[in-house]
Design a protein around this ligand. Structure first.
Ligand code: CP
Length: 303
């Protein structure tokens, strides 16, 4: 795998290989590669992050890699250096791979096409967030063991969410049924999936994935505190009680408590929110390993 920038471009066997490899890493059955030369990885984050940046760093250190830490706010980007020239600089000084988060959709793919080392997309604006999606998929796989006919309801700020897009594409590839639920002005008509009423969807789904309201991408700034968003579009205790017995709650986090999900449900029995974060380390190890492998992985048909 040269780069990891989009879930839309991955086949079912490639997705299943990465999920299975994440499981081997999580269960300690992973065969680490013998690496003669130390590998250097740079985490270039041009947007805030806690989970993605830190779990990449843990994943890189678990794999014995050297992490070239980068802080946009103290870098030469303040002198006007472009993202491309920043990426090219890291390539020139010996980085073996780049992990990039950028606020502009398509910027990470653009860099991946222009440089000669693997690039991993850690979120590009409202575009895609493929490693978040992979950890979400792995969390569902742990729970249900299969994606065939799994009913996944994705709820919230669909239009501005890169997580919704990556998950919808990948879940469709894997054979799951994806339903979307959102207030009218946050629907994304470029996504060819059915929109359904939250109160109907919540009773039927196996997975209810709530999304953070992406205020930083909204043109019209509105205060989330002053709305009745939770009651109308969020997961209330009443809605949680209507979920199927085995159904789980997910959210990529950070969670706006009492806005997208009632605070007391964030760590309830059905919630996998902190499990998702733990799985982020395993799946990011699997992605780093796949991108930095010299030979192509042999994707079998045994899944
Ligand atoms: N889920 C996610 O991407 O979180 P961070 O923005 O904290 O990395």
């Amino acid at each position: 795998m040269e780069n990891f920038v989009s879930m839309k471009s991955l086949s079912k066997s490639e997705l299943l290989h990465l999920i299975k490899r994440s499981d081997e890493v999580a269960n300690g059955t992973s065969q680490q590669q013998n690496q003669t030369k130390p590998l250097f990885v740079a985490n270039l984050f041009f947007e805030p992050s806690t989970r993605t940046k830190m779990s990449f760093e843990v994943a890189e250190k678990n794999l014995g890699m050297h992490v070239l830490d980068f802080h946009a706010e103290t870098s030469s980007t303040l002198k006007g250096e472009s993202v491309y020239d920043t990426a090219k600089t890291f390539e020139s000084i010996g980085a073996d791979a780049l992990v990039i988060r950028h606020p502009e959709k398509g910027q990470v793919s653009h860099i991946a096409e222009s440089i000669n080392i693997p690039v991993i997309n850690a979120g590009d604006g409202a575009g895609e967030h493929p490693t978040q999606s992979l950890l979400d998929l792995y969390t569902m796989y742990q729970e249900f063991g299969s994606f065939n006919d799994l009913d996944v309801l994705i709820v919230g700020d669909i239009a501005h969410s890169r997580v919704a897009k990556s998950n919808a594409y990948a879940l469709q590839t894997l054979g799951a049924n994806v339903y979307l639920s959102s207030k009218a002005d946050w629907q994304d008509e470029t996504l060819d999936f059915p929109y359904i009423d939250l109160d109907e969807g919540i009773k039927q789904c196996d997975v209810a994935m709530f999304l953070r309201i992406q205020l930083e991408r909204h043109e019209k700034k509105e205060s989330i505190e002053s709305t009745d968003y939770l009651k109308r579009y969020g997961l209330t205790v009443e809605r949680e009680r209507k979920m199927r017995k085995h159904a789980i709650i997910m959210h990529p986090a950070p969670v706006n408590r009492d806005v997208e999900i009632a605070s007391e449900l964030v760590e309830c029995k059905r919630s996998r929110i902190f499990k998702q974060m733990e799985n982020g380390v395993y799946t990011r190890m699997a992605v780093l390993e796949a991108c930095l492998k010299k030979e192509e992985p042999s994707y079998g048909t045994h899944y």
